[in-house]
Design a protein around this ligand. Structure first.
Ligand code: S3P
Length: 443
């Protein structure tokens, strides 16, 4: 990752206009690299996210023996080595800022007879990995975390004879679920993951797309029980990556808060495990219309027509968190521009993202004059319909803090500054240029 620090200020802008397509979905891009590397033969991917997180995951798959090539703009080709076919990497695998790339790859390696060292940047080194190591050890993998605190760098010695596992995930996490399913591929018999709250289901969908047998049944009111039949031969199948709803969230909220804006966001994935933000914004009074609703590459997608809207505060229930876990920072911005109080409940998992996003969201808003509180795991924003601005926001190596602040400043009385935009490249290369093309003023 380019370590040059790049500060930027957002200032009050005229109406945003445009028809844009945000980059490919990060979750699907990373899964297509990993599953492509575990299939036998050639997987073609189009619409791939070409951000730093995908590049570091692609490099890791190369180090594990897969051939990974860029064949054109957002077009990639992978020659996979088959389930349990990874080669011993010669050096530590560096996942940079990517928690998803790292944790899913740990799962894939855990039931493969090799030893690999997993590492990342300072942000990733501070994030909890025990939640992944615990289930992987049940398959028979051995793990060593040199620092003992369940933090990177971590050595994973894969199981020679993996045993299938039934695992009830203790935190709502698609990464933990996915790591268990990927480890289960090399185990005989059935591996089962039980979720108390349903999280994004891209791994399950893609496993099916590659020919694995996977059964999903409801578990309680909000959960799922997912059973994978082990030792399939994964058959490569082309992957079309839709536009990332978590990236679309930034131009979408920008268009809502900048008066007179009207923007079309093309081909955005509308998988219900990802659209909690859209639902919440509509409850707040946002005008977000879905046009050309269609299925592309096995996912629901639509073009979103977004018009500037008067927003009001709402109560966001905790069970909605898994479907919008990456969107609370930018929802905090929308809530600041709304009239009235927005209470976002049950945000414990936000504390272990690329930064402590619960604290970071409050700090970003407060330094720009917004009345905000944290109560337990709830974030409470008292919206006044306008934001003073004038603050310098610390991004803490977190792409989504940078982009949220750069959205907030487009309608505030005084400019909003961020200390570093470099990490935006992990998930949304070209963000600043795309926003400028729509009329955003950054300097
Ligand atoms: C992701 C899962 C979520 C999310 C992350 C991507 C995934 O993390 O925050 O950006 O692709 O599986 P958790 O599983 O830790 O909630």
């Amino acid at each position: 990752m380019d370590q040059t620090v790049a500060p930027l200020a957002a200032r009050r802008s005229g109406p945003l206009r445009g028809h844009v397509r945000v980059p490919g979905d990060k979750s699907i891009s990373l899964r297509s690299l990993i599953l492509g590397a575990m299939a036998v033969g050639e997987t073609r991917i189009t619409g791939m996210l070409e951000g730093e997180d995908a590049i570091s995951t692609a490099n890791a798959m190369r180090a594990l023996g897969a051939l990974v090539e860029r064949t054109g703009e957002q077009a990639w080709r992978i020659m996979g080595v088959g389930v349990a076919g990874f080669a011993q990497p010669r050096a530590a695998l560096d996942f940079g800022n990517s928690g998803t790339g790292c944790r899913l790859s740990m799962g894939a390696v855990a039931s493969c007879p090799i030893t690999a060292i997993f590492d990342g940047d300072a942000s990733l080194r501070s994030r909890p990995m025990r939640r992944i190591l615990d289930p992987l050890e049940k398959f028979g993998a051995r793990t060593v975390d040199q620092q003992q605190g369940g933090r990177l760098p971590i050595t994973v010695k894969g199981a020679l004879d993996p045993i299938p596992v039934v695992y009830d995930v203790p935190v709502p996490s698609a990464q933990v679920k996915s790591a268990v399913l990927l480890a289960g591929l090399a185990a005989p018999g059935e591996t089962t993951v039980i979720e108390q709250e349903a999280t994004r289901d891209h791994t399950e969908r893609m496993l099916r797309h590659f020919g694995a047998e996977i059964a999903v049944t409801p578990n309680g009111a909000h959960g799922r029980r997912i059973t994978l039949k082990g030792q399939p031969e994964l058959v490569p199948n082309p992957v079309t990556v839709p536009a990332d709803p978590s990236s679309a969230a930034f131009p979408l909220v920008a268009a809502l808060i900048v008066p007179g804006s009207e923007v079309i966001l093309e081909g955005v994935m509308t998988n219900v495990t990802r659209t909690g933000l859209f639902k919440t914004l509509r409850e707040m009074g946002a005008s977000v219309e879905e046009l050309n609703v269609r299925v592309e590459g096995g996912e629901d997608v639509a073009d979103l027509l977004v018009r500037a809207s008067a927003l009001k505060g709402v109560d966001v229930p905790p069970e909605r968190a898994p479907s919008m876990i990456d969107e609370y920072l930018v929802l905090g911005v929308a809530a600041a521009y709304a009239e009235g109080t927005t209470r976002m409940r049950g945000l414990k998992e936000l504390r272990v993202k690329e930064s402590d996003r619960l604290a970071a969201a409050a700090a970003m808003l407060r330094i720009n004059g917004v009345d905000v509180e944290i109560e337990g795991d709830d974030l409470i924003v008292h919206g006044k319909g306008r934001v003073t601005g004038g603050g310098l926001v610390a991004t803490h190596m977190d792409h989504r803090i940078a982009m949220s602040a750069l959205v907030m400043g487009l309608a505030s009385d005084k400019p909003v500054q961020v200390d570093d935009t470099a990490f935006i490249a992990t998930s949304f290369p070209g963000f600043v240029e795309m926003m400028r093309a729509m009329g955003a003023e950054y300097s």
